[in-house]
Design a protein around this ligand. Structure first.
Ligand code: C2E
Ligand code: MG
Ligand code: MG
Length: 646
């Protein structure tokens, strides 16, 4: 008498796994689809197993029972053996090594054992050498039954060995879970081989698949379930596996440059639907052009496609994506949503051989895309020095802090009424031994994003305070030096203490320093920012608002903040050649002065601009027309000469 309880208990487990897969939209991606097929086939195999065992328990069999038992046995042997092959395929897809069986002979080798099974089953009705089912005895094994076990064992052993080999492709916990599953299922098969009455195999298979789902697939990690695309974490791990295995692929990065605005306009829920529609559009192309493409999403709005390499013209794919994937989002474009996608095509490993560089390129290609086209190719970008710097910025920052390579340059600020230079802005530079001069517009945002800004800011503060202590600003005719403070620095609890310590160490007066901050500093919700600013004001320091006129500058904010000085951004001055631009600048200058703020206009490059600013009554001007930012010694020489001091 066979014990059927194990099989019966396995069924709800399989159903649970399948329902989780569907509700978490784990239908995207080859590995996910193979896993679902594996669970589905295991479920049907279990039903077939029951279909052959239930009548068998009731021998002698009725004719219906015999037919049911017979059909179920064929189904079981056919499907159960297929699951062994699919588990192996799943392993290949998970480690992105499916290309190992891309050649025709490799495919044949892979399928051959399964073909033997199909042949054995096809000839069994005539020879009965695999199994027989009779009304009196029920099911009985034939001499070739061992071949089924042998082939199952063959897939099992190959899978197990490959699983051990795959250690470098998978994190330890996932690897252990896969190995555990293999062991679990094969121990169950062994027990069942010696004790056929214990039908444990399918229950253990269900337990193993549950283990794979919980620790290997981890839907919350592999999928962005809200939109049905693979997650950013999956992209990174798949990318690393592709590079490890040496597979040739094409990566298409689609970055929606105005995604934040779209999200703000649509709201979170509708924005997810919008992304799902983009995914739909791309999937339609995948079907139409028969390409194997995996879809990944990095929030808020970058889609990565990894496609196999055998497409002649990648550029066409990119352009097709832009023109054809638009259809499903027509509803949104009709609503007036302007979608601005930018595409970068990367051939891997031909263009770049390193996962970090590919990830970095995905983030920066818009900036590096010299000709600013909608579709650009990685090979045109990666040769540039700018890309090398962007890609290695963390290493550069690390080295700059460790080896004290942050250098301060000073840009003089001209006092229109006094006809002399009244102050200077301290601007940081990194001179890297490998990559040379690095602009702060590159390394400051990177330092902010990567958590280096406090260390860089500390180096800046120390150098500028020391500079002030070493030179007599009064004698040079300079009132103060301006230091840029980042948001993160302003949010640091110990900032006033740090500055107090520097003040004492170098004997600098608070009036000799003016801190520049931007409006975003006050847009943060941190209470600490206001506490810090107020404490520094109490200590006698003053503040300037930098970059006024960029983005959404608010005159209300300017009015309410304790600011001595407003620095008008270069972009406003650049507009001065137009009639309206000139009027806007003129009114801004007048308005700021009427609410008692001093004004510096940044970015004056020509004599005409300086003349216009003088006419408008801007008190201070900073720009290349007078001087570029200079190294300390050159700056001192410049000031001594131009301010007429020794
Ligand atoms: P910012 O504070 O607005 O500095 C003014 C920028 O405009 C400087 O660029 C300066 O070289 C440039 N500039 C001045 N006059 C002209 C001109 O006539 N024409 C043109 N084309 N540019 C002009 P720089 O030195 O590249 O710095 C860029 C930004 O990096 C700075 O903008 C500031 O936001 C940030 N930064 C620089 N040094 C530091 C620092 O020590 N700490 C922090 N937190 N940020 C810094
Ligand atoms: Mg500044
Ligand atoms: Mg500025």
């Amino acid at each position: 008498m066979r014990i059927l309880y194990f099989d019966i208990c396995a069924i709800p487990l399989f159903l649970m796994i399948l329902s989780v897969c569907y509700t978490r939209k784990m239908t995207e991606g080859t590995a996910n689809r193979l896993f679902i097929s594996l669970v589905f086939l295991s479920l049907v195999s279990t039903l077939a197993d029951l279909g052959m065992e239930i009548p068998d328990n009731m021998a002698p069999l009725s004719e219906t029972g015999r037919v049911l038992c017979c059909v179920s046995t064929y189904a079981y042997l056919l499907l159960r053996n297929a699951t062994n092959a699919i588990l192996l395929l799943f392993l290949l897809a998970l480690t992105r090594t499916t290309f190992l069986i891309r050649r025709a002979w490799a495919k044949l080798l892979f399928c051959l054992p399964y073909l033997v099974i199909v042949i054995l089953l096809a000839q069994n009705p005539f020879t009965h050498n695999a199994f027989t089912i009779t009304a009196q005895v029920g099911y009985s094994r034939g001499p070739l039954m061992m071949a089924f076990y042998g082939i199952a064992l063959l897939y099992g052993i190959v899978g197990f060995v490959y699983c051990i080999y795959c250690r470098r492709y998978l994190p330890a916990n996932k690897w252990a879970a896969l190995l555990g599953t293999y062991l679990l299922v094969h121990i169950a098969v062994l027990i069942q081989f010696f004790h056929p009455e214990l039908l444990m195999e399918m229950f253990f298979t269900a337990a193993g698949e549950m283990m794979i789902m919980l620790s290997v697939m981890r839907p919350e990690e592999r999928m962005d379930s809200e939109v049905g695309m693979l997650s950013w974490a999956s992209y990174q791990s798949d990318l690393r596996n592709i590079l490890r295995s040496g597979e040739h692929v094409q990566i298409i990065v689609i970055r929606i440059s105005n995604c934040r605005e779209i999200r703000n306009y649509l709201g979170d829920h509708e924005y997810n639907l919008f992304l799902s529609q983009i995914a739909r559009g791309i999937r339609a192309i995948r079907w139409k052009y028969q390409r194997r493409i995996e879809l990944y999403l990095e929030r808020p709005g970058t889609v990565y496609l990894i496609a196999d390499e055998n497409e002649a013209d990648t550029l066409n794919v990119g352009e097709r994506l832009l023109s054809e994937a638009g259809d499903p989002i027509r509803r949104y474009t009709d609503m007036g949503v302007r979608v601005e996608p930018q595409v970068c095509l990367i051939r891997c490993p031909e263009d770049i051989q390193n996962a970090e560089d590919i990830i970095s390129l995905g983030h920066t290609f818009q900036k590096l895309n010299g000709r600013n086209r909608a579709v650009c190719r990685a090979d045109e970008i990666v040769r540039s020095q700018t890309f090398a710097i962007e890609a290695h910025i963390e290493e550069i920052l690390d080295r700059a802090i460790r080896d004290r390579r942050v250098e301060m340059y000073y840009q003089p600020i001209y006092d229109v009424r006094a006809h002399r230079f009244h102050s200077a802005e301290a601007l940081a530079r990194i001179i890297d031994p490998e990559y040379g001069f690095i602009s702060p517009s590159v390394f400051i945002p990177a330092a902010e994003a990567l958590g280096y800004i406090i260390a860089i800011g500390d180096a800046v503060l120390d150098q500028v305070f020391r500079f002030i202590s070493e030179h007599d600003l009064n004698a040079l005719g300079l009132g103060c030096i301006e230091i840029n403070l980042s948001v993160a620095q302003c949010m640091e609890r110990g900032l006033p203490d740090k500055i107090r310590a520097l003040q004492q160490k170098y004997g600098v007066e608070a009036s000799q320093v003016n801190f520049e901050i931007t409006e975003t500093t006050f847009a943060t919700i941190s209470e600490v920012v206001l506490e810090n600013v107020n404490e520094l004001l109490g200590m006698g320091y003053s503040f300037a608002l930098d970059d006024y006129g960029i983005g959404y500058s608010s005159i209300q904010r300017v009015n309410h903040l304790p600011l001595k000085l407003i620095k008008i951004d270069k972009s406003m001055l650049d507009e001065v050649s137009t009639d309206n631009g000139r009027k806007i600048l003129e009114h801004t200058v007048r308005m700021m002065q009427s609410i008692g703020k001093q004004l510096v206009t940044e970015g004056a490059e020509t004599h005409d601009q300086v003349r216009i600013l003088e006419e408008m009554g801007s008190e201070y001007i900073q720009g290349f027309y007078f001087s570029r930012p200079l190294p300390a010694d050159d700056f001192l020489r410049f000031i001594r000469e131009r301010n007429g001091c020794r």
